[in-house]
Design a protein around this ligand. Structure first.
Ligand code: SF4
Length: 614
């Protein structure tokens, strides 16, 4: 049996379980998959479930806290220290009576829910139960694993997934005696071997990437060749989703993987990034295989919404896979992660292929901060991506970050100065402090960056054991330094501007049509202004980033006249200049006058709304 526990998304099946099921069957086992996450959704109801997974509370690790006491008898089930220590201190947005009451009710009901999970399955039919742990599923998985082991000591309990990588998995094994084995890295080879050994009751020792009790740390996991993986089997998710009354509020999508690792991180590991754990090496599927698999999945499950699981888009896919999708009759709405510095023609082909939602790794709009992060992009490129995506009808999902070792107030002053001009673009979901995630350069070499690390305070309320054990189990770490301790003073203006952007984007628009700029941005004087020829020519030429020397060369005007036009356009917030390059800010017509939301995008491409507003 393979199990997915709360709080995984009710929209999507779990990719790991979808892959491990056919691999277990190839290894000779009968394998069932159960999404107790959907049972939990029904038990709680759609609205309470959604409130417990909203971003402010999710970032606080509240989902782990809900099940912590049910998993670990060392914890006090009635402790409310999490509220003051974590929510009030670091997530004041989440410190609201309605959310606190929902959290208390969920925590009080966690043990009962686990009992119902135990009662709802004939566990005696299974020799092995495997849990996947990411998306705050660790404590719920531990709670159920503990119950299964208590009732059926002979069942082998295996954990795997993102929260089990490397030291975290070794510490889980050390802290929780009801676990028999943990997959510390990519699990496909390891899990198939575990399945082969289980019926014969053979010890699980010595499998690369699998930690077992009382044995030395294992050899590294065998790396998966994504090209030879089976197509994932998501039948259990879609059957359970269709039978779930509450899941109707979370229309389903398929998850689709084309690559693992990160080709950028393999060369220039972004300083804060802990994605990819111990397997940064980039591997992608052949483009024909990727297309065939995607067509199979959406046809089999009758959905047109697709969430891609990759950390970064393979740039070679612009040559064949994406053009083939653009020409196909599939008419999908795809979510992808990509690098932010996409070229105009790349954004165009993404939109035509149905990639209408991107997490673009923007992180900030300041080039100095981007250099500190080693992102390989500039602030102007990020602004261009926000603009061209809005024109193409692509929703950009991004977070604005601060708190990078080496930063100064000057970076945030520059950001605060340009944000008012961008209110018609897609704002960030939040403005947050960067963390040193496990496996990131900040985590691996804090002294090099002049910081010390502290595990998130939430871990004290989630894991039993001592502080060292909590640090080994944790994934997110706060960075401390005398300079960073002053962050709230030098980012205050920027934070305020991000809030203005978020609060007023819906009433802001800026577009350019037949040499006339129409300005409806909040905080700016409304205007419908016909431009003089030099200014109009400049805005037309700078629809994408263009070097200033090229503007001067191509427009053939006297340098002085163009400079005057550019200065006036900058003053009005219609042109941005950086490092000898310029970019026009109004959106071109015909098209959107402001960054569209996902609902407008669906309407524009003639697809019914099948996914809840993200
Ligand atoms: S942040 Fe993105 S681009 Fe950078 S290393 Fe991580 S996955 Fe790669």
């Amino acid at each position: 049996m393979l199990v997915s526990m709360p709080f995984s998304s009710p929209h999507y099946p779990n990719l790991a379980l979808g892959l491990l099921k056919p691999l277990a069957e190839q290894a000779g086992a009968v394998c069932d998959v159960r999404y107790f996450s959907l049972d939990y959704l029904d038990a709680l109801g759609a609205d309470p479930y959604a409130s417990l997974t909203e971003p402010s509370i999710y970032m606080a690790q509240a989902g782990e806290w809900v099940f912590a006491a049910a998993a670990d008898s060392r914890l006090d089930p009635d402790s409310a220290g999490f509220f003051t220590d974590v929510l009030l201190r670091d997530h004041p947005d989440a410190y609201r009576p309605v959310l606190l009451l929902a959290l208390i009710a969920a925590r009080q009901g966690a043990a009962d829910f686990i009992e119902r999970c135990l009662d709802s399955v004939d566990w005696g039919r299974y020799a092995l139960v495997g849990f996947t742990t990411s998306f705050q599923q660790t404590m719920a998985s531990l709670a159920l694993a503990r119950g299964i082991k208590g009732r059926h000591p002979s069942i082998t309990i295996v954990l795997g997934g993102a929260n089990c990588q490397d030291a975290m998995g070794l510490e889980l094994l050390a802290q929780y005696p009801f676990i028999d084995a943990v997959c510390l890295g990519e699990g496909e080879h390891a899990f198939a071997e575990i399945v082969r050994r289980t019926p014969a009751d053979t010890a699980l020792d010595g499998i690369p990437g699998v930690a077992t009790r009382g044995q030395p740390a294992p050899a590294a996991a065998d790396r998966t060749d994504v090209e030879v993986l089976p197509y994932p089997d998501f039948a259990a998710f879609f059957a359970q989703h269709a039978a779930s009354p509450a899941a109707a509020a979370f229309p389903p999508a398929v998850v689709f993987e084309t690559a693992r690792g990160c080709w950028w991180g393999a060369k220039h590991h972004c300083t804060f990034c802990g994605l990819n754990g111990t397997s940064m090496a980039f591997r992608s599927k052949s483009q024909d295989r990727a297309y065939d698999e995607l067509a199979y999945l959406v046809t089999r499950h009758g959905v047109a919404d697709v969430a891609n699981a990759d950390n970064i888009l393979d740039m070679a896919y612009f040559q064949k896979f994406l053009p083939r999708l653009a020409a196909s009759p599939l008419n999908l709405l795809i979510y992808y992660e990509a690098k932010a510095n996409l070229r105009p023609e790349q954004i165009d082909i993404l939109a035509r292929a149905g990639v209408r939602k991107i997490q673009a790794g923007i992180e900030t709009l300041d080039t100095t901060l981007l250099k500190l992060m080693r992102k390989g992009s500039t602030g102007l490129q990020n602004v261009q991506t926000l603009k061209l995506a809005a024109e193409a009808g692509i929703y950009i999902e991004w977070l604005a970050l601060c708190g990078f070792p080496g930063e100064t107030a000057a970076e945030y002053d520059r950001i605060a100065a340009i944000l008012p001009a961008l209110r018609h673009r897609q704002p960030p979901a939040a403005f947050l402090r960067a963390r040193a995630d496990r496996f990131s350069p900040y985590f691996d070499r804090p002294a090099e960056f002049g910081v010390t690390l502290e595990p998130l305070p939430a871990y004290r309320h989630i894991y039993g054991g001592d502080a060292d054990a909590q640090a080994r189990l944790g994934y997110h770490f706060a960075m401390r330094s005398p300079a960073l301790d002053e962050i709230s003073t030098y980012t205050a203006d920027t934070a305020r501007e991000y809030v203005h952007w978020r609060d007023h984007q819906a009433v802001s628009a800026l577009w350019f049509e037949q040499d006339t700029v129409h300005d409806r941005r909040w905080g700016w004087e409304a205007a419908d202004e016909a431009l003089a020829p030099a200014a109009a020519a400049l805005l037309n030429m700078a629809w994408h980033i263009v070097p200033w020397v090229q503007v001067v060369h191509d427009l053939g005007e006297h340098h002085h006249a163009l400079e005057q036009a550019a200065a006036e356009l900058e003053r009005r917030g219609w042109l941005l200049r950086e490092g000898g390059q310029v970019l026009a800010l109004p959106l071109r017509q015909p098209g959107f006058c402001a960054a569209p939301g996902i609902t407008e995008i669906r309407e524009a491409i003639g697809r019914p709304l099948t996914l809840a507003a993200e």
